[in-house]
Design a protein around this ligand. Structure first.
Ligand SMILES: Cc1ncc(COP(=O)(O)O)c(C=O)c1O
Length: 375
């Protein structure tokens, strides 16, 4: 008799977990549609980097001029990069953990938290990996109230159940491009039950004005069960190397260390990120370019009478009169990759990442006539 894995314990539950759908890679569109010029505005990457200094460091590793070369295992805990991050963030070295992208740390904390089951509170319209990480680790998802334009800290607090182990919060949130104000972050940091790990995902924090951004890391000493995440994939422009980091209490880091795969971050990524994390000038430059891109995008959307959502990050949501999946397909035919948002409970929205001016022009050349039809 053949037995189906999907009726086996564990696997059965897994078959109900949604698959993560990434932004379509340029190569795939080339292969499928035979197009030559393709613009990707689908995964919130920074088009302005990486910097020459980062590339030089990567080249020195590849050429073997650095003693480790590629034949040796990387430093398993990423000591040297963690040291740089600790210096930059003003925290002790033992309060920094690295991940193969911050996505891996979202998974690591879920793996630790849900060893005996439990639930995660996640606001509606959040980054898909939160729910996937919780469910694949055996956790249950409780969705708290949020709209495309407003997050609700009090509903997060209200949604907590007896078995809640984790709260995930995008700050700013992807895909909606909104964030909580300082007072609300504080209510969460102080008001959540102490045994719950509050995961504040700050993947897009560096795009915020540093003078006004309520960095959740300010509560690290006050709240031991707080994990603040950053990534090198966004403003640092190192998405392909897969590296991110988390800041938390020494105790929490000790637990994450137990679930972290040895050598989870590779040597090239560690070396590149060591250079990137110190380059404040490139961050400021990218932030400025992003502000310019946002201003131009808002102006162009107004010309086409399009409804936009989001004020944070390097992307915006654009609402159209017809289903996002259709608009996505039409744009693909014209060589422009965006992200349709139906999987995020936003059936008529596409998410557009901010590229360079010529890429944004290509977007409007393709999208304008479609949207003028009635978005
Ligand atoms: C809110 C948010 N968090 C985390 C990530 C994951 O970033 P990475 O795994 O590349 O570090 C992303 C990527 O799009 C994101 O949008």
């Amino acid at each position: 008799m053949r037995s189906s894995l999907s009726s086996a314990p564990g696997f059965g539950r897994l078959s109900g977990v949604p698959l993560y759908v990434p932004g379509k890679p340029i190569q795939e569109v080339q292969r499928e549609l035979g197009l030559t010029r393709i613009i990707k505005l689908a995964s919130n990457e920074n088009p302005w980097g990486p910097t020459e200094a980062v590339k030089a460091r990567v080249a020195s590793v590849i050429s073997g001029s650095e003693f480790e070369g590629l034949g040796l295992y990387p430093v398993s805990d990423g000591y040297y990069l963690r040291k740089r991050i600790a210096e930059r963030k003003g925290v002790a070295l033992d309060r920094v953990v690295l991940g193969n992208g911050s996505s891996e740390i979202l998974e690591m904390v879920a793996k630790a938290a849900f060893l005996d089951g439990g639930s995660a509170v996640i606001p509606r319209h959040s980054f898909a990996i939160y729910g996937i990480a919780a469910q694949t680790a055996g956790g249950r998802v409780i969705e708290s109230r949020a709209s495309a334009t407003e997050l609700d800290a009090d509903d997060i607090l209200r949604s907590v159940a007896e078995d809640t182990r984790l709260v995930y919060l995008g700050h700013p949130n992807n895909p909606t491009g909104i964030r909580l104000e300082r007072a609300a972050i504080e209510r969460l940091a102080r008001g959540l039950r102490e045994d719950i790990v509050l995961v504040v995902d700050q993947a897009y924090a560096e795009y915020e004005d540093p003078a006004n951004y309520p960095d959740a890391a300010a509560y690290l000493d006050e709240r031991p069960n707080l994990l603040v995440l950053h990534t090198f994939s966004k403003i640092h422009s190192l998405a392909s190397l897969r590296i991110g980091y988390g800041l938390g209490s020494k105790e929490l880091m000790g637990f994450l260390e137990r679930v972290r795969s040895p050598f989870n971050t590779n040597h090239l990524a560690q070396a590149a990120a060591e250079v990137a994390v110190q380059d404040l000038a490139f961050e400021a430059f990218s932030r400025q370019k992003n502000t310019e891109a946002r201003t131009a995008f808002v102006q162009e959307a107004a010309r086409h009478r399009c409804q936009l959502t989001g004020a944070c990050g390097n992307f915006m949501l654009l609402e159209s009169a017809f289903p996002a999946a259709e608009l996505f397909k039409e744009l693909l035919q014209r060589g422009v990759i965006v992200r349709p948002m139906q999987g995020y409970g936003l059936p008529n929205h596409i998410r557009v990442s901010f590229g360079k001016p010529d890429e944004m022009q290509a977007f409007w050349n393709a999208a304008g006539p479609l949207l003028d039809g009635g978005c």
